[in-house]
Structure formats: structure tokens, C-alpha cells
Design a protein around this ligand. Sequence first.
Ligand SMILES: Cc1ncc(COP(=O)(O)O)c(C=O)c1O
Length: 392
Amino acid sequence: MSATTSQPPYLPFDRPDIGEEEIAAVADVLRSGWLTTGPQTAEFERRFAEYVGVGHALALNSCTAAMQIALAAWDIGPGDEVITSPLTFCSTAHIIVHLGAIPVLADVSPDDYNLNPDCVAQRITPRTRVLLPVHLAGLPCRIGALLMLAHAHGLEVLEDAAHAAGAQVNGQKIGSIGDATAFSFYATKNLTTGEGGMLTSSDGDLIERARTWHLHGMSRDAWKRYTAEGSWRYDVLLPGFKANMTDLQAALGLVQLAKLERNNARRGEIQQRYTAAFSQMPELIPAPRARPGDRQAYHLYILRLNPERLRIDRGRFFQELAGRGIGASVHFIPLYRLSYYQERFNWRPEDFPVTETIFHSAISLPCYPRMSQADVDRVITAVGEIVEAYRA
Ligand SMILES: Cc1ncc(COP(=O)(O)O)c(C=O)c1O
């Protein structure tokens, strides 16, 4: 491995942007004596809905829970089919299986790495109930086309916006577009609460039903039962989940929400520098850009290798980056390549040719607001050195 001489410190793939303000906000909650779901959570829901421009939001302990609860609130169950992207995190499909429903995959488009509406149309059957597109890397999918398709067939659209806090389509924020949208506030995400998520919708009845599902199926405001205004009396209406957000997380989320636009802009600057450098090298395919009028959240920078122009594969490229002290990742190992899904649903890679091509050539590079210009230059230099050394 051709590592450089005096090695600078390891540059991790990701590092959260947590400052004194977040620490103070969490300390205030600790001092308040109210640790779990409470006033901070209610305020975070209100502010997030306002930011997104949608009527209703429910804070949860993960995006996974947000997606599962949306499907439960739509009564999705055995025999129902939900169409999603193979290029996503496993939990996008797990939640479908947990409800006894069937995940169905459609291939993605080469220009945005997101669900191709034509491939989705081919997978719709009389059993299809929901389309579950993902906005991979924070780049908006073709949501307009998917909504038209869904509504023509009487289907719901749940967006997996784990990567897309702050992204927009035609000036409208993601979270205010589909029938329901799920966000992730996991440690690596653009807005983090350590662990956490949010479900948004313009359908107030849906969010009310989701609210019941999210806390043991207890009747509304049961969380207030230990306050002066609360009552010991509650009813249980459903065998609900335990998926509520705590006030510790919400306090963190409120500070992070105030920083989101600035942090996304910084991610965008880093990505522009990457693209300006990598588009000079025919050995590389820079990350896709949003369509005109759309705005991306720049969550990930997915660089692709042009295999015809390089003498090394993606695995070796990774090793070369690691040898230069640079962390990287892959988003994602497609669902049809994971043992459980392969065995259970008999999915075959050859049915998803575009996803396959992307998967074999993709490397996600570090991209987060705390990276300095020197860090960004270091990544560009390292990639350039590797290309130089292994050009075909
Ligand atoms: C595309 C996608 N969907 C869903 C999730 C699940 O999010 P969470 O960890 O908040 O449940 C992730 C998390 O990494 C993700 O990347």
C-alpha cells in the first residue's frame, strides 16, 4: 500500500456537530426533573413541522419506528405489498416484514440512484398498498411522478427521508409532499438527537392514529399522567409500540434544528469542491446533482469509480484511502444481497441492473460540517493520488 510518509491524524467518515449549546440544553432538561416525553418534545414537533411547512409532526425514537408506525396507522398487514428501493438501509424493508406485509423491490435510476417510477409501475399489483421511496444521500427522488402513479392506483406514499432533512422539491420541503414522511436523527444524520426520528404529514388523523400507536396504544395525553394536569386514568386502544422521543433528545434536536440550514450549506460547499475536482478525472463519476428547482440535503457524497479506467476495484480503493488515514463507507449493500432477504424472497441481483452497477462502484467520502478546508483538500489529494497510481 502506498501510504504517504508522515501520517496526519485519522479523518473519520463522520463526526457529529455537537457544541456547548447542545450540552447546555440537555443539562437543562436533566435539571428540570422531567426526562422523558414532555414539553421539549412537543416544542420540537411544533418547530420541525413549521420548518418543513407541514401541518403535523410526531417525534419518535427512530426513523425505523416512524416508518413502521405510519404503515401500522394505515393498517398495512399480511398480504399487503409495499414497493421500495433496493439501495437503502435494511430497516426500510424490516418494518414491512415486521407487520407481516411483503416488501417488493423496483430498480433505481442511474441519474439519482433513487426509485425509477417506470420500474415501480411494473411492480404494482392488486395487492400493492404503499410506495416507499428513499431520498438517498439527501438527493430528492422523483416524488412528483411517484405520487401521480400512487394516486392513480389508490396507493399511499411514505417517504424515507432519513437523509433528507432540509431538502426541497420545486421549492417545497421534503416532509410536506408525500402522504407521510419519516426522518432520522441518528448520530450520523444532518440533524441528530443521538437516536431519534420524526413522522410528518398534512393528514392530522393519520398523525393522531400514529400518536396512539407510538406509546403502547394508550389514549391521548397518557404521557401527562404524572403532571398536575394529568390523570391516573388512561385506556389502551391498540397493542401499540414503545417508540416515544425523550425530552433529552428533543432538547438536542431543537438546537440542531436551528443549525440545520447552515450545516447543510456547509455540506453543500464540501460537495461542490469534491465535484469540481473529481469531474476533471475520467476515472471517477462524481455524485449526482439535484434536478433544477430541487435542493439536496447533501447528507452523503457517493463517489463512483469508472472500472474501465482503473486497475483496482472498489475494495482496493478503500484500502488505499484507509492507508492514507481516511475513513469511507458504502451506501448501501442492496437489500437483495443480504442473506435474510435473498433466502426469504428469492431476490436476484440480475433483476436490478442499475442498482448493481452503482453498488459495485460506490464509495461514500467524508462530508460533514466539522471538516476543515484542509480536511476536504486532504480527501481530494488522496483520491487524486490513488487515481494517478492505478490509472488503466
Ligand atoms: C435510508 C435510511 N433509512 C432508514 C434508516 C433508519 O434510521 P434510524 O436509525 O433513525 O431508525 C437509516 C439509518 O441509517 C437510513 O440510512
